[in-house]
Design a protein around this ligand. Structure first.
Ligand code: TXA
Ligand code: MG
Length: 318
């Protein structure tokens, strides 16, 4: 059984022994291990039941440490890092040989970011290696935004969960790479594309596909609840109740005629930041509620709404 606490010293001692620790970040909880230790990285894949062709993100505590991990930093990457680190931005850059191939699934780029969470920054500063950390959920399931989410699913597989409270942003980092020198968004996430464009101008977005094993975060089916999940543009009426109930994930309004316990409203103020913050926790609640299926509606497709809609579509593709 995992111990849950705020002891970065204890977390450090497990990591130095090659063991795994769940760490809080502003986006989602990560399942962390020494990024330079093959064995530790291998156990990340095993604990998550993650296919080895899905590369991991490497976490560092400052821009200054970037050169330990990556071989070169294009100007636009530097501008983005200066503007948004620590924060929900991951950069894909040419890797240093010290990063094991297992971390990058054999690719010559490594994904790297500086997470914005005081406990994890303190932990990273105390270590003399970076941390490889995917989201701390079993492969394909909803990402954890609270320590108890990690406990519920991986608690019997890791020794320690560093408890940093609820993830503020609540949705994974935005991933930006520079193939052929041009910025490309590989995954929509907690940093809105509009914010990126204010710094480096227009960027392209790579639409996800089911056939690109290079980056399975791009896989169409992901972030999925176990219950049947149906996504609509807008849910405006309750489904007829047969032998069980339907759970509803709604943007800003409750449905009439359905008990509130079967409904989750992402933000009554229609605020997309608040909606992102609630998304994964509400999906989990609906998945564990006594309902037969989940119906969800899309949110406005702007700012963080684009990342929220991306996650909803992938949950529905299950
Ligand atoms: O917010 C986040 O990014 C969280 C926290 C823990 O930092 N981490 C996270 O990791 O979401 P994960 O493993 O669930 O998603 C990482 C994504 C995967 O979709 C993977 O395919 C992609 O990053 N990725 C990693 N390295 C890559 C590379 N070299 N080229 C393309 N995609 C890469
Ligand atoms: Mg993940």
């Amino acid at each position: 059984m995992a111990i849950t606490g705020k002891d970065t010293e204890l977390a450090k001692s497990y990591l130095e022994k090659g063991q795994l620790v769940a760490i809080p970040t502003e986006t989602v909880y990560g399942l962390a291990g020494n990024a330079l230790d093959q064995q530790a990285v291998l156990s990340i894949f095993q604990v998550k039941n993650r296919p080895s062709f899905d590369p991991l993100i490497v976490h560092i505590d400052s821009f200054e440490k970037l050169s330990l991990v990556v071989a070169e930093v294009p100007e636009q990457a530097r501008l983005l890092a200066e503007a948004f680190w620590p924060g929900p931005l991951t950069l894909l850059l040419p890797k240093q040989p010290v990063i094991p191939d297992l971390v990058t699934s054999g690719l010559d780029t490594v994904a790297v970011r500086v997470p914005n969470h005081p406990l994890t920054l303190e932990l990273l500063q105390s270590l003399d290696f970076p941390l490889a950390a995917p989201s701390a959920n079993p492969f394909g399931y909803i990402s954890p935004t609270q320590a108890q989410h990690v406990e519920a699913q991986l608690g019997d597989k890791i020794p320690y969960i560093l408890n940093g409270g609820e993830a503020g942003v609540g949705i994974e980092s935005t991933i930006v790479g520079f193939p052929e020198g041009k910025p490309l968004v590989y995954r929509l996430g907690g940093l809105a594309v509009e914010e990126i464009e204010k710094v480096i101008g227009p960027v392209q977005y790579l639409p996800h596909s089911t056939s690109n094993p290079q980056a399975p975060g791009m896989l169409k089916s992901h972030y999925a609840p176990r219950k049947p999940f149906r996504l609509q543009e807008k849910v405006d009426q309750a489904a007829p109740v047969a032998d069980g109930h339907t759970g509803y994930l709604l943007f800003d309004k409750y449905l009439d005629g359905v008990p509130e316990k079967y409904q989750r409203v992402l933000s009554r103020e229609g605020d997309l930041l608040q909606a992102a913050h609630h998304l994964f926790a509400y999906l989990r609640e609906l998945d564990t509620l006594n309902v037969q299926e989940i119906r969800a509606e899309m949110v406005p497709d702007t700012g963080l709404g684009r990342a929220i809609n991306d996650r909803l579509r992938r949950a529905a593709a299950h």
